[in-house]
Design a protein around this ligand. Sequence first.
Ligand SMILES: NC(=O)C1=CN([C@@H]2O[C@H](COP(=O)(O)OP(=O)(O)OC[C@H]3O[C@@H](n4cnc5c(N)ncnc54)[C@H](OP(=O)(O)O)[C@@H]3O)[C@@H](O)[C@H]2O)[C@H](O)CC1
Ligand SMILES: [K+]
Length: 499
Amino acid sequence: MKVFNTSQIRQCDQYTVENDEISSIELMEKAALACFEWIKSQFSANYTYYVFCGKGNNGGDGLAIARLLLEENYKVETFVIQSSSNFSTDAQINFDKYPDSVSFLENDDFEIQQENKKIVIIDALFGTGLNKPLEGNTQKIIQKLNHIKGKKISIDIPSGLFSDSLPSEDQTIFKADVTLSFQFYKRAFLHVESAQYAGKIFILDIGLNSKFIQDEETNNYIISSKSVSDNFKPRDPFSHKGNYGKVALIGGSYGKIGSISLSTRAALKIGAGIVFTIAPNCGYSILQTLAPEAMFISGGDEKLITEIKISTEKTTIGIGPGLGKEKLTKVALEELLKSIQTPAVLDADALNIISENKSMLNLIPKNSIITPHPVEFARLFGDSKDSLEQCELAREMAKKYNIIIVLKGHRTAVLTPEGKCYYNITGNAGMAKGGSGDILTGMITGLLAQGYSPQIAAQLGVYIHGKAGDYAAKKYSQEAMTAQDIIHRLPEVFLNIKK
Ligand SMILES: NC(=O)C1=CN([C@@H]2O[C@H](COP(=O)(O)OP(=O)(O)OC[C@H]3O[C@@H](n4cnc5c(N)ncnc54)[C@H](OP(=O)(O)O)[C@@H]3O)[C@@H](O)[C@H]2O)[C@H](O)CC1
Ligand SMILES: [K+]
């Protein structure tokens, strides 16, 4: 699913009006109707709706939603911000059509009775036409709204938030519980600094022109469930274990055998045919007990990995979880990287070792997948001022080193050597716990071994990982779920991927 910037969304809007049998006012009505239907499906008529509208098309949406609510006898109070700007053409039409009186807001002296009242505040003040940070009266209005208790819904985007950039710390922005946005994710919804204002995001289809959407180029995408099922390869009934690849997960050190055992179990559970674990000898009994399906290969020492003895020709390597950064381990990693010709997966301490020996970056086989969290990424490639800048730096580094970077975070992003960015929108805060990353490493390595291309293995890996995490949260709660529960919920994910 493509992510467009504001100017592309505007062009798509315009193209739809010029090429389809729909006028801009009809498109606004369609957008308002989609919001109204959503609201109706969630809230009863016991609520009072306070609709705050600007003078642009976002305000036009708000006025149309308020009218639709009134027409079905919901209790509605509508406010329009008084400003020197005129209404946009379509907002004016909806203002004229509004069957009740509206209150014009000169400043923040409006009153909302909160006692014992179920209230919904609808924010249709500013949308994608925001041209500068809010100040003066608009700023005061939004600050006041942010202090009122009630359900808060933003139309298209929280007012005060820009679609394509991140806010500064002192920017005033409406804080929504829910954002009902039209047709596309906006980039701001995919970065933690801005997404926190949007709450839960629902993308409503308003039928914008599909040819435009198909032809218009972008470098940013969402990994959709459709792309996952399109790329997913069901198992061949005539196959044997040799058809599903050979994996070697390498890592663990004294006290950190758990991490490589999680990777091992994830690789097994994601469908890899044959799995080896290379770990220090202290991990032997633990690994053979926790993952009896996998074979153990000694990493050469009791407590750390000093040698990696595996033929890398037909084996897909995943290295890093719990590895440690001892000098002998670094040498073993260096030797391994020099010997691999095919893409591998590098995570955690494998990346930390490389960040302390930057020349090793050039040893990473092309099309390999590295899976840093933001701090590991910064150690490798330097600091960034925010997550958007870090994402752009990752895009450059993926191109420069010809690798795939899985930048983990609130919305994990997969950056490719072609400069594309694929955001993952599955997953939840219950996964922000030790061990989740080790599982992702095992999953991506297991998918790569099964013959998925590195880019698809990375995309499927992050999507499936997040989806399994969502099932785990549903069953055990975000608080009580642990990383292992992500592995346990993989069956639901596979049973639900359309084959
Ligand atoms: N394809 C779609 O997604 C559709 C989107 N719709 C809705 O349209 C808006 C975008 O509408 P637009 O009219 O372009 O812009 P806004 O409504 O967001 O805002 C324009 C008005 O806001 C004033 N403005 C802008 N920034 C500020 C500011 N910092 N302080 C005060 N006022 C500001 C601006 O005034 P100017 O005088 O500065 O021009 C305008 O008055 C989109 O978000 C959707 O909600 C369609 O309805 C359906 C299709
Ligand atoms: K808004």
